[in-house]
Design a protein around this ligand. Structure first.
Ligand code: SF4
Ligand code: SF4
Length: 259
């Protein structure tokens, strides 16, 4: 695999919401879709939800067909990568000569490019602090004759905020694992992580349809919300994983339950 975009991150500038940069990605550029080959495209839980719905697939089928999953060396947690297609290592969502066939639901990383989001927990207040770096890949012509954007207007234009919100909930799991001091997960724990974060349709079946104590601990209101709203279900799934694996196991949202 060629060098990933992270090799071209320009760390000389940290951009906040009001900072500006110039960029235009349009089909008339000679590099158009070149960036959709031979890349290490990590999928976050919300990316998977949007993509599997776009393609009309169950999450388990989507994961099997389009991704490979491995345990991250640094995090010790399962991560999901899009399988590039032979022989030219094409992203499977690229329709050659046309463009991205999942454009409305393309992954957060594709939306955010040419920016890279850095997020960490705030030391001073609740929540996450973020800033952005620019990725300056030498073959990308988007910086030539680019339109001026603020980071805020780019995020709005590309629909990034929803993705960031979900990714921050996912990031809480990584933080909780670090705080817990747990180095490696066993096979059962990996299955729990996989289901609650990545395989949302199996999580729905397990949590809402199967017999399990965790559901009986939830209020009717919560059950109704997550039964009717898949994004709420995914948030619940990620928080369930966090609590179950790294914070004592018992989980009822909003109840302050601890064991
Ligand atoms: S301008 Fe950059 S982001 Fe757009 S298609 Fe070309 S290489 Fe990809
Ligand atoms: S998902 Fe779409 S935009 Fe992203 S790499 Fe694949 S084809 Fe390109």
């Amino acid at each position: 695999m060629s060098q990933g975009p992270e090799a071209y991150i320009d760390k000389s500038r940290r951009l906040k919401d009001e900072d500006t940069f110039c960029f235009s990605c349009t089909p008339d550029k000679s590099c158009f879709t070149n960036c959709c080959y031979d890349l290490s495209l990590l999928l976050m839980p919300y990316d998977i939800l949007r993509l599997k719905n776009h393609l009309g697939m169950k999450s388990a089928d989507f994961l099997k067909r389009y991704t490979s999953i491995y345990v991250g060396q640094n995090s010790g947690l399962p991560v999901v990568l899009v399988k590039m297609e032979a022989p030219y290592l094409k992203c499977p969502f690229l329709e050659e000569g046309k463009g991205c066939r999942v454009y409305e639901d393309r992954p957060g990383a594709c939306r955010t490019y040419p920016l890279a989001r850095m997020a960490c927990r705030s030391q001073e207040r609740e929540g996450v602090e973020e800033f952005y770096y620019i990725i300056r890949e030498p073959d990308c012509e988007g910086f030539q004759d680019g339109k001026e954007w603020t980071v805020r207007s780019w995020k709005k234009n590309e629909g990034i905020e929803q993705y960031n919100e979900m990714n921050d909930i996912f990031g809480e799991i990584f933080h909780a694992k670090t705080v817990s001091g747990i180095a490696n997960l066993n096979a059962d724990q990996i299955d729990i992580f996989h289901m609650g974060c990545y395989d949302i349709d199996s999580f729905r079946q397990y949590f809402l349809e199967g017999p399990n104590l965790d559901r009986y601990m939830e209020s009717e209101e919560v059950i109704e919300t997550i039964s009717n709203d898949e994004e709420a279900l995914l948030k619940h799934g990620m928080r369930w994983v966090n609590k179950k694996l790294f914070q004592g196991g018992c989980f009822a949202s909003g109840s302050g339950c601890s064991r």
